[in-house]
Design a protein around this ligand. Sequence first.
Ligand code: URA
Length: 434
Amino acid sequence: MRMYDLIMKKRNGGVLEGDEIDYMISEYTAGNIPDYQMSAMMMAVYFNGMTEKETADLTMAMAHSGDMLDLSAIEGVKVDKHSTGGVGDKTSIALAPMVAACGVKIAKMSGRGLGHTGGTIDKLESFSGFSTGITSEHFINQVNEIGISIMGQTLDLAPADKKLYALRDVTATVDNMSLIASSIMSKKLASGADAIVLDVKTGSGAFMKNEEDAFTLAKEMVKLGKHAGRNMAAIVSDMDQPLGFAVGNALEVKEAIETLRGKGPSDFVELCMTLGAQMIIAGGMAKNVEQATAMLRDVIADGTALDKLAAFVEAQGGDATAVYDTSLLPEASIIEEIVSEKEGYVEKIICDEIGICSLILGGGRETKESEIDLAVGLVLHKKVGDYVKMGESLATIHANDLNKLAQAKERFLKAYSFSDKPVERSEFIKGILV
Ligand code: URA
């Protein structure tokens, strides 16, 4: 087989066979196919698309290109959740303990974040001493004992995707539905869960800016997961403004804890309840959404979800007392209000800009090597549809550097726009696919 022939076939609108895709992916991963040939292939795919079968074959080839996490030593159904990401997305920190408290097994391998704020692992490190650098044995035992563990990325999951995604990023071939769906699903399939619930975001702060594309991606990924024998569900949710109020690592952890105490922001609570219900059903612990939702309400009301977070933090070496006393989480030295210079109904918040404010403050990574300041960030007080008076606080900013604070503040004010007339809020959950 020659890569040249495969490029020509795809360029001319042909359909690649399973063995041709396997060859292309394994040889590319091994370094035997150069980037320039794979770039040409990606561009041919971009223009000519892939059939359903080609997309499924590509997904499976990439999933098997490296280690596959084996979770068979964990009893019961293992359920994973994946979000396509956004600003203020602290979902796993509240959702995982909620669902685990309902008896579903959560065994997750997570990476660090690159962008606005840290990833789940960075956020969890807000608990002093918390470590994801645990052994596979510790990971498996912990899930069997308390139902939840999150481990750092020690295995080489889907290395073909890592290489290919980096290549697509610099060759203008990221935004193709088959390539995006296979990229995300290859990593998820290699992570070993029996059931996967996807949260596909749409809006100005999301990868999928347009709702129709978000639904297409969700459908595509559900199909790929089912094809691989996994139990699947997906929701499409709004990311046209930050999720909840908090943006920044420790601030987001605090908001997740408030949510486990039953005092979370309404959009974030709705998201956790919707995803949680699907995870519980997929995990076989409830028959329908009503039953699953009632279980989630119970574990919040009686404190078992909060206790589950504490048990999880403690099992991985973290200071669990901070779960009950959030003043023990990292705190910034400068805390100021950002007051509105305008009056009216909040019409729009440029979501990405709020993320960039957190990044400027030091809450995110510009490069893989950057150190994250866990304490900094913003807590919004006004969201789309709210009325704001001149001089009223739009947000509280948490900073450790006056220069960065000034820069973030200026940018923050420009991210808000106002209207004289009341602004309708769009629906938060756009749809559920099973
Ligand atoms: N995220 C991924 O992991 N892969 C893509 O192709 C796009 C977004």
